[in-house]
Ligand binder design. Sequence first.
Ligand code: P5A
Length: 440
Amino acid sequence: MRWSRYFLPTMKDTPAEAQIASHRYMLRAGMVRQNAAGIYTWLPMGLKVLTKIADIVRDEQARAGANEVLMPTIQSAELWQESGRFDAYGPEMLRFEDRHGRTMLYGPTNEEMITDIFKRDVQSYKNLPMNLYHIQWKFRDEVRPRFGVMRGREFLMKDGYSFDVDKEAAELAYKKVFISYLRTFRRLGLTAIPMQADTGPIGGDLSHEFLIQAETGESEVFFDSAISGDKAFTEDLTNDTELEAAFDRLTAAYARTDETHEAALFDAEVPEERKVVSRGVEVGHIFYFGTKYSEALGATVSNADGKDVPVHMGSYGIGVSRLVGGIIEANHDDDGIIWPTEIAPFGVGIINLKVDDEGCTSACDQLYAQAQAAGLDPLLDDRDMRPGGKFADMELIGLPWVITIGPRGLKDGMAELKNRRTGEKQDVAIADVLAKVSAG
Ligand code: P5A
């Protein structure tokens, strides 16, 4: 992409409404623009990152055996009246009437709808286990939308739902998602600690939140630092026995949010030197709620004995749009964002220091074409602007590598290569520079 042809409106000054780094940088780096409280437009570079995150989530869902569907954002109130949540959900749910006077709502979550979809076509245990998910916009009329996309009113969620014939099978499904989330977050460059959680308006008796550490996180967290050293965070588990053992290890260790924290237990169980008291951002939340929705909505399957039983369910959420902010909270410095390679909006930036110099421009164009051919997805800063502004913008948008070409180095066939994360700069022959970037 050529910057001159790209809608990437950066801002030099810090917007007054942004209180945390991710919000500031998402506005300054031209990723989002607010339309109403907690409601945002995603501009091209923001959308590119959001899409990359969603694609990694998708890939890991496929690996875990889940099927992707796409349910609507607008739901009719009827199923919610049947489950009893229409009244229980409260003012967070946006309700309205269509032209026929039917009550509709903008979905805050999809347990009822997926249960209804399931029951219409699945009647036998032979079709189970089943796990269906979608990645879709949600609306929750939060009392205090804040911190940009971190607590929006409209936000993108991956929500998955598992169906099993009995409790034992459903718990295994829950554990599989639990472990697959560790891998999903790892691919996004994050260590998300699973913590025992309250079930809130979703209901049920087993629930975990996944939190990444960030000073600006909304919840206080208390956990045993030994958890993040568990091999489940870095290694892939090959079978159900290994998976269950990892689940048992991770859930036996102390890890709680402020809502569920039991100070006495924390003191008794965790050695002083391993106690972490910090703040965290909830990027995922999973629930096992058994037959709560299947009983209310009449979703039964015949079991191996030919008996009709209500299907056992769980639901599993990842805050896809919140992750954009969460990843920036975990990866930035005073100059801007530092993208993990896997989700960087472009693989490499190329700065043309002097666009009115024919030599510089033709060297940059050539390098740009080569980087494209090599699959490096380059962003070429070909704007007619002072070097200082170009450097500052490139730091702000945080691409992993930046190649700068100016008239002085070009005389000797040299470019400067900078690593955004380490800040390390080196002079490299233009002919070799892309090989260096590819090698990482
Ligand atoms: C699980 C999937 C649920 O809704 N039903 C379907 C269950 N869980 S949850 O915890 O309420 O939400 C799942 C994840 O969505 C993100 N999230 C938000 N992101 C941005 N702005 C919000 N207002 C918001 N609310 C929830 C969180 O990452 C949460 O873990």
